[in-house]
Ligand binder design. Structure first.
Ligand code: NAD
Length: 292
């Protein structure tokens, strides 16, 4: 049994920590929104009321926070207040460079830190089927993968620190671009008066097939059940996709990578995130394209 401190008990963290409690670990939780910790008391979480107290004497600290500046502030606080050098696992999606800076800071205090962002969304968090993309020291990854595999069904070691974040950004940029391609293709097919079920039948097994069309076809009643069949709610929101594309564009700048389609995807999803459809699944981008 490990003593685990879980910081950030929102849509994802609240569900992830329940799996750790059910697996028999001693889990303490902290969120600036106290109500969120209170809701987990019935599941057996221990309530902490500050970062400095949750940091004190844990074997592992897990963070699931909204963005890089909050992770930076919280983990600096953890690193300066901890007594027994826990292993830190940051599961938030943040800038590759922030992850690298925090890794160096932690290392200077002989504390290990893994960047371990996830894919699978809130459904994956609830069902314990997340995929973790992990960067950092490989032996620490090997030691921590049994913990990750309680919250997820797959954890992949991606390489040195920052590689988990970088892998996540490359994946999500590709997903965003392919979804825009699917939306344009189905939009044009509609205007060409094609039967969209027949188009799906062909495309989903032909050279145009991809995860976006095969699993999240953005046309209601076409393909398997997807957010389009439920007015695009719930799902992976356009706001979260815009956040990830913003991070991808930053990573492209620092690595001097050309991402013409990634930049265009950022522009389209940012516009969607700022408009009326920001909370809808990202596949609702098709509605933005129809409207233009
Ligand atoms: P969320 O906003 O629901 O949860 C974040 C929590 O952090 C909130 O409860 C907030 O009160 C808390 N928080 C903020 N500042 C804090 C602080 N200083 N100290 C303690 N707690 C603080 O977000 P989420 O949907 O759970 O996402 C968390 C992370 O996971 C994000 O980085 C997101 O990009 C990533 N992610 C989300 C999804 C998804 O589908 N929701 C999928 C993959 C990855």
């Amino acid at each position: 049994m490990k003593k685990i401190g879980f910081i950030g008990l929102g849509n994802m963290g609240s569900k992830m920590c329940i799996h750790l409690i059910k697996a028999g670990h001693d889990v303490s939780g902290y969120d600036i929104d106290e109500k969120l910790t209170d809701r987990l008391l019935e599941h057996g979480i221990k309530k902490e009321t500050s970062v400095s107290s949750i940091a004190k004497n844990k074997d592992i600290i897990i963070t699931m926070l909204p963005n890089g500046s909050i992770v930076d502030e919280v983990l600096k606080n953890v690193i300066s207040n901890t007594i027994n050098k826990p292993i830190i696992i940051d599961c938030s999606t943040i800038e590759v460079d922030t992850s690298k800076k925090l890794y160096k800071l932690a290392l200077s205090k002989k504390i290990s830190l893994l960047d371990a962002p996830v894919s699978g969304g809130t459904i994956g968090a609830k069902n314990g089927t997340l995929t973790f993309m992990v960067g950092g020291n490989q032996s620490i990854f090997n030691e921590m993968s049994p913990i990750l595999n309680i919250m997820g069904s797959k954890s992949v070691y991606c390489g040195e620190t920052g590689s988990g974040q970088a892998t996540k950004l490359c994946n999500n940029m590709l997903l965003a671009i392919t979804m825009i391609g699917v939306a344009e293709s189905f939009n044009m097919a509609k205007k060409l008066k094609l039967d969209l079920n027949i188009l799906f039948d062909v495309v989903s097994t032909a050279t145009g097939s991809c995860w976006a069309v095969n699993n999240y076809c953005p046309i209601p009643n076409v393909g398997p059940h997807s957010p389009a069949d439920n007015n695009f709610l719930p799902g992976f929101s356009a706001k979260l996709m815009a956040k990830d594309l913003n991070l991808a564009v930053d990573a492209a700048k620092t690595s001097n990578s050309t991402i013409n389609f990634g930049k265009k995807a950022k522009e389209l999803f940012t516009k969607m995130a700022e408009g009326n459809n920001g909370d809808k699944d990202f596949s609702a981008i098709i509605e933005e394209i129809y409207n233009n």
